[in-house]
Design a protein around this ligand. Structure first.
Ligand SMILES: [Zn+2]
Length: 138
């Protein structure tokens, strides 16, 4: 099994070494060289709709898996507790479904719910009005 070491860094170094996951908490991102040996740089940003990192004090896990569909190697693997676990390659359908799910998740996350926004505006109006009425009473 392949080992993935980790290195917490402030800035991502220019020279990356294979088998090391460089993690920048400041920039909420990690980068590593594709584990197949093709030396492509794989960037895994951390956000509620991208990757999540688990650090148990010794080793790093990333969720979800890393699918390098944009590279020739098309490698797909998990980083679990500092180990690289190969995953089966996806069919084109699975890739496009995955991308679609990602887009939907992002839209859900970043688009404010219109009902909520209206409610806030309504509340604001009300509280301004209340304030106005109260100021009249004084
Ligand atoms: Zn590769």
């Amino acid at each position: 099994m392949m080992i993935m070491q980790h290195s917490f860094v402030e800035f991502i170094p220019d020279q990356l070494h294979e088998g090391i996951l460089y993690i920048s908490i400041d920039y909420c991102t990690a980068i590593h060289l594709c584990v197949c040996g093709c030396r492509n740089k794989v960037v895994t940003p951390f956000s509620p709709t991208d990757w999540k990192m688990t650090f148990d004090g010794k080793s790093i896990s990333l969720y979800p898996s890393i699918g390098n569909w944009n590279f020739d190697c098309q490698s797909h693997y998990w980083i679990k507790k500092g180990n690289v676990e190969w995953s089966g390659s996806w069919s084109d359908d699975q890739i496009s479904n995955g991308r679609q799910a990602d887009i939907v998740a992002k839209e859900k996350y970043y688009t404010p719910k219109p009902e909520k926004k209206l409610l806030i505006e309504e509340n604001k109006k009300k509280s301004l009005w209340d304030w106005f009425m109260e100021s009249l009473k004084l």
